[in-house]
Design a protein around this ligand. Structure first.
Ligand code: SGN
Length: 523
């Protein structure tokens, strides 16, 4: 919650080694005697469509689904700026991008800010961050950190362990999990822990471990109905993006085809070759051998069929899905390893486990990959939470939750108040079945990274349960309105439709209210 409640002075003094932090946070009045461990697992670009617990038709995620079966699945969970570094900064600070400064991937995170790991650390938690970080500055607030530089590599990645960089042989999702398990095993058993376990996968360019390579080849994935979306009713923002599977997905780097003669002819083609060479050359000879053998059948099929036009776009979609899903399968398997560890060491009941993704992702909807847009597939994030002592199993929640809510939620479970300035709200009431009466009925979104990768124009907007109003700005001034009840796939922009003219002023008023409430003056 945004307001500060009374502080228990005695407890406060005990934990105030970092007193400035504790002052901003404040402590609950002994509300919580038992402080759970917190295990926060976040993947990169894991679309809810690729989780069987979200009724995804693409794959089975048996391990991740355990968290949903034994806990809560959020149905209306959203990020507030659908891109990596901003989402991570929002996670840490509980603030929108315009408040924590991390508006896009190019900014260096200001690690002197108040973050929930710092507050937990000051209150006696052992804190660790392992895996993707992407915030440029060194992590702060962690007793232990071991991160991938920048985006990291799938094969034989470098890790920066407490400032020391070295290369490890192996596959990134396995290695990240190994580090996490090692840290868990070596932690002090008498203090609660907070571990942020951040997978690189399934980020572009979707490289599966060689052990899964023959698994999915030639399986046909269902093609989204709007794969050949012509963006007919929309603004130029949808038409001018550069994230179409057909036009923008690269054959070598993204889809692992051999060098193509035509690639030498264009800048994009040369980039395709260079990027792929980088990844391929990182592999050991044994890895390369297994890789080549795994891809040979698809390469042969591609060379025989020589797909063109729409057939090529559909072929690319199938290839994309094969790799994306196999990469997710490795995440799932590794989540299982960590859940098993909790079970085996008797920690399950005392650990709040979260599974989520930094943002949503397109798996062919509108013909796209990547994220950024405020449309549903990239706005919505999977959020699963399990804490057997307090959260009833197998309950789904449709309260609107945002990634600004993670930080205040963790503080709440740890018996700490969210500091003034944190913009999210604790989900603890919702998780135990008591949604606060005044819980939000709409959400605010703002995306900034333009010009930039994938050419998605700057925009902000409001989403209610029924409508979504978006304003694209900067080198465009265009509004879009979707009636999500009638048009859940957002194919029909009704901004100019006479039937909706009375709704527009209400939504604009709500948008203005939210901008004022969250103090967003950047648009
Ligand atoms: C890279 C990817 C983009 C992706 C951005 C941001 N290109 O630049 O496709 O949108 O990262 O991703 S790549 O050719 O380098 O793979 S994010 O997860 O870091 O936000």
């Amino acid at each position: 919650m945004m307001t500060q409640k009374s502080i228990n002075r005695r407890t406060f003094l005990q934990v105030s080694t970092a007193s400035a932090l504790a002052v901003t946070a404040g402590l609950h009045c002994q509300k919580t005697l038992r402080r759970p461990n917190i295990l926060f697992i976040m993947s990169d670009d894991h679309a809810y469509q690729a989780l069987s617990c979200y009724n995804g038709q693409l794959n089975e995620t048996r391990q991740i689904d355990r968290i949903a079966q034994e806990g809560v699945r959020f149905e209306q969970s959203f990020c507030t700026n659908s891109i990596c570094a901003p989402s991570r900064a929002t996670l840490l600070t509980g603030k929108y991008s315009h408040m924590n400064g991390q508006i896009d991937n190019s900014v260096r995170f200001d690690g002197s800010q108040v973050t929930f790991p710092k507050l937990l650390q000051a209150a006696g938690y052992q804190t660790a961050l392992i895996g993707k970080w992407h915030l440029k500055s060194d992590p702060t607030g962690f007793d232990y950190w071991n991160i991938l530089p920048d985006q990291g590599s799938y094969y034989n990645p470098d890790f920066i362990e407490m400032g020391m960089q070295s290369r490890r042989t192996g596959y990134v999702t396995d290695l990240t999990t190994d580090y996490a398990l090692n840290w868990l095993k070596a932690r002090k058993p008498d203090q609660p822990f907070c571990l942020l376990l951040h997978h690189k996968a399934p980020h572009r360019n979707w490289m599966p471990p060689t052990r899964y390579l023959p698994l999915l080849h030639f399986r046909q994935f269902p093609v989204p109905d709007n794969f050949f979306d012509a963006y007919a009713t929309r603004s130029d923002a949808a038409r001018q993006q550069e994230m179409e599977i057909g036009r923008h997905m690269m054959l070598q780097y993204d889809l692992k085809m051999p060098p193509l003669q035509e690639n030498a002819q264009s800048a994009q083609g040369r980039r395709d070759q260079d990027y792929w060479r980088n990844d391929y050359e990182r592999m050991t000879p044994e890895q390369r051998q297994a890789w080549d053998a795994g891809y040979q059948p698809v390469i042969e099929e591609f060379q025989t069929r020589k797909p063109q036009g729409r057939e090529l776009a559909l072929w690319k979609y199938q290839r994309y899905m094969e790799d994306y899903i196999a990469t997710v399968t490795a995440v799932d398997e590794n989540v299982g390893r960590v859940l098993d560890y909790l079970d085996d060491s008797g920690l399950t009941d005392d650990t709040l486990v979260v599974y989520t993704s930094d943002n949503g992702f397109y798996l062919g909807e509108h013909g796209w990959f990547d994220k950024r847009f405020m449309y549903e597939e990239s706005l919505r994030i999977p959020v699963l939470m399990r804490y057997p002592r307090e959260i009833q199993a197998t309950v789904n929640r449709d309260d609107i939750m945002l990634n600004i809510d993670f930080a205040p939620t963790f503080l709440d479970y740890a018996g700490l108040h969210a500091p003034v300035g944190m913009q999210g709200q604790s989900l603890r009431g919702i998780l135990s079945g008591h949604t606060p009466k005044d819980w939000r009925q709409s959400m605010y979104y703002h995306y900034y990274e333009y010009p930039g990768w994938h050419a998605v124009k700057r925009h902000y907007g409001v989403r209610t349960r029924r409508y979504k109003l978006i304003h694209f700005y900067h080198d465009i001034d265009a509004w879009e309105l979707y009636d999500l009840r009638k048009d859940p796939h957002e194919m029909n922009n009704v901004y100019g439709n006479p039937d909706y003219q009375s709704v527009i002023p209400e939504l604009k008023a709500e948008l203005k209210r939210l901008q004022e409430f969250y103090q967003d003056t950047l648009s």
